[in-house]
Design a protein around this ligand. Sequence first.
Ligand SMILES: Nc1ncnc2c1ncn2[C@@H]1O[C@H](COP(=O)(O)OP(=O)(O)O)[C@@H](O)[C@H]1O
Ligand SMILES: [Mg+2]
Length: 459
Amino acid sequence: MASIRELPTRPATRFERIGAHTHINGLGLDENLKAVKIKDGMVGQERAREAAGLVVQMIKEGKLSGKTVILAGPPGTGKTAIAVAISKELGPNVPFIQMSGSEVYSSERKKTEILIEAIRKCIGVEIHEMRKVYEGELTGMDIRTAPHPYNPYQKVPESIRLTLKSQDEEKTIEAGSTIAQQIIQQNISEGYVIQIDAETGRVVNLGISMESTKGKTYDIDVRKKIPLPPGKVLKEKEFVYTLTLADMDEINARQRFGGGIFSMFFGGAETKEIDTEVRTAVDEGVKKMVDEAKAFIHPGVLFVDDSHLLDLEAFSFLGRAIESELVPIIILATNRGVTTIRGTDVKSPMGFPLDLVDRSVIIGTEEYDADSIREILQIRSKEEKVNIRKNALEKLTEVGVKTSLRYAVQLLSLAAQNAKGAKRKDVTAEDVERVSKLFMDIKEATQHLKKYEEKMMFH
Ligand SMILES: Nc1ncnc2c1ncn2[C@@H]1O[C@H](COP(=O)(O)OP(=O)(O)O)[C@@H](O)[C@H]1O
Ligand SMILES: [Mg+2]
């Protein structure tokens, strides 16, 4: 069914492991972009938060394209949390895509293909289109039918005569069978306000006219009631859609492959990979629209978590992508120091190629002190809606200091589950003790495996 809708911007967000970061609502900065110790669910890590605040401002002003932001720091120091905060600060209209470095390794698709798609999901295109439409309340209609060409006993709509009323005039138009069919299919009758694209003939049912007799009944009615359209029946109207480049690729690819006889049987052409031709055509179309001021580009953010898992091929692809015109801001998080670049035996800082590092701004995250860990655990326990006793909180804080914040956050949910299992509302020190006995932190796990290493290796 062909219809025109004015689409709200689709937040192209997808969060992985969102559960751990639900308490993050922003970077927690004041109006001078200084970090407030505890705000928006964020605690401490002031330097990184303030740096991220500047990055957000530059992204908003469009001054950061072609640059990469690196979040570097030990595990569990809030790199992902800061990226999530950045996306919250940018708001729902800026596409923000999160992926893990490991996602590029797929047996079905090429690495570059996965990266191109991710990049194109991060670029929003706001399209303004002026179209001629007939718009008005349907006050009269007359469908003329003719025998079906292959089956004379069946009648099919041949043409339709419609009378449309706007605030300024009433006009009668005659249209062919495709429009007649759409009207029938959509169950449109007198009293509805409709819009017909003068060029393509797409019919959209906008709702029931408030002026019509149908609109004046006060039955339980969920149908949308709208006023009579202003102005004349035939007019130029501006439509605004926001799509991502990836959406446009898909629509284009479908138009190319769809419509054939096979798509009738197989439900449209499923395309796993969109070929370069389609993307080039989309890019050219978009650039032309931008030149004519009919489209505006909103570059979003591609966040690659654990990006030390990317290999040289992926990095060089990203490096090249950054040079092109339609590119999002790329944020890479890593917890590696100097290490080899995957796919080579070359060592480099963070395992990234040097030219990429050269073009980046680097934000470092530091390990937390006991006070910050306690604060974060407290925020998390509120988020998980559990009451945590003071000595339990102390115990978890100790764990956090000794191992990592992330481990402590995980133990907290396990302890909460343990308390729930015992039908208690409060998380006690015993809950924490029990789960920390049941589960292992990394150090314990390593020692545990070391103990069995010989057996596992040699038998
Ligand atoms: N400064 C902070 N304020 C509030 N919560 C934080 C902060 N830093 C980390 N967290 C939380 O601690 C946990 C571990 O942090 P995470 O962002 O996963 O670390 P990383 O990505 O550096 O390994 C997450 O639940 C995260 O939301
Ligand atoms: Mg992380």
